[in-house]
Design a protein around this ligand. Structure first.
Ligand code: AQP
Length: 355
């Protein structure tokens, strides 16, 4: 009974199962502290390096949440197959993703870090989610519309269309309460909630309805050459994307040649000054100094001084992370053992939900 009441607490304190239900075998698995809320998020191994948007929009929150929540983080290699992918490169990038996540602060002692394709339950539940989703609602997903428009309908994969339903399965299998993501993923989390609600209504109360965990600041970092478009691994311009694994020199150069706006004033104004506002967000999120304080520090100074300061903050923040990731990549066996034990734990939780 203790086990069951804790389970209810995990569902936001609501007693969602009847007394008769409580006697039935549990469909949810908890293998760590049951008073903690569950968190799940994922990242695609679609590049050799994550960028600052991935970190500030998502991974930074992943690291913070692992101290207070029961966290599951996955490298979503199946999602990466929605774009043309060389198999050797995908394997390499999956390992590079693990190394970067560890270097950024994910601790295997606190969080469950795993590879999506090692947990086949994701595909099994994914199909059920596809059969619950309407063609119309899936067609309205802006990521699908944007990405398919870029490559054209002949090249766009069916998997690109169905990926939000697989993403719903990724989340629901773990009965996640929170999903820390960037702003671009809000629509997919809404769809996940709709699908979970639809499933619960049709087949009985099964899934926790997850909430998107999106910060006000840093939820959308823009390309520094095209400051009205989001910084992106696969579609950003090389010069506009600040990569975690880039050399300090390369990032210094990129930030010094970032596109700025008319005028001279360092002021946060995303409409009139998207370039400067983006750099202010980056500086503030990494340095911890408030945007208004940075604005006052640069009163009377030009954009050149400001960009040099942003470059300094970014380069010094990323330097030890890149070095640690490079070090971790030298020991593939160690990385694989972390991922294998994470995947094993993930399979236990996922299969209990699926059962
Ligand atoms: N520019 C961004 N600003 C803030 N957050 C961002 N995220 C991505 N770009 C930004 C967040 O990073 C997490 C992992 O993203 P993903 O790898 O799953 O794919 P994505 O959202 O499609 O990001 P990319 O970089 O544009 O990747 P590709 O090019 O491979 O599609 C997510 O939480 C995302 O919100």
């Amino acid at each position: 009974y203790q086990w069951n009441s804790n389970l209810c607490a995990n569902h936001g304190g609501q007693a969602r199962r009847s007394v008769t239900d409580l006697k039935k075998p549990l469909i949810h698995a908890r293998i760590t502290d049951m008073s903690q809320k569950r968190v799940l998020s994922g990242i695609q191994p679609t590049s050799d390096s994550f960028h600052l948007g991935n970190y500030l929009g998502a991974v930074k929150q992943w690291v913070e949440l692992q101290d207070s929540h029961d966290t599951f983080y996955c490298i979503v290699d199946l999602h990466a197959l929605t774009i043309e992918t060389d198999p050797t490169l995908l394997r390499q990038r999956t390992l590079a993703s693990a190394a970067q996540l560890l270097a950024l602060g994910i601790s295997p002692d606190k969080a469950t870090l795993f590879i999506q394709s090692q947990v086949p339950q994701h595909n099994q539940l994914g199909w059920i989610m596809e059969c619950l989703a309407g063609f119309g609602e899936a067609s309205r997903m802006t990521q699908f519309k944007d990405k398919s428009a870029k490559v054209g309908s002949d090249s766009a994969r069916v998997g690109l269309f169905t990926y939000p339903m697989l993403q719903a399965a990724d989340i629901l299998l773990y009965q996640a309460n929170l999903v820390p993501v960037g702003e671009d993923q809000r629509q997919h989390i809404e769809l996940t909630r709709d699908l979970a609600g639809r499933f619960n209504a049709r087949y009985g109360d099964t899934f926790t309805l997850p909430e998107a965990y999106i910060l006000k600041e840093g939820a959308k970092i823009n390309d520094i050459q095209e400051p009205t478009a989001k910084m992106s691994k696969s579609s950003g311009s090389v010069a506009g994307v600040i990569e975690i694994m880039d050399s300090p020199d390369a990032n210094l150069k990129k930030i010094k040649s970032a596109v700025t706006d008319a005028g001279r004033e360092v002021k946060f104004d995303p409409i009139e000054k998207p370039g400067i506002s983006n750099l202010l967000t980056i500086h503030s999120s990494l340095s911890g100094i408030s945007i208004s304080q940075i604005e006052s520090d640069f009163v009377g100074k030009g954009y050149g001084d400001f960009k040099a300061a942003v470059a300094d903050v970014v380069v010094e923040y990323l330097r030890p992370i890149r070095e640690r990731a490079q070090e971790l990549l030298l020991d593939e066996k160690h990385l694989l053992s972390i991922l294998h034990s994470g995947s094993e734990k993930a399979r236990t939780v996922a299969s209990a939900t699926l059962d």
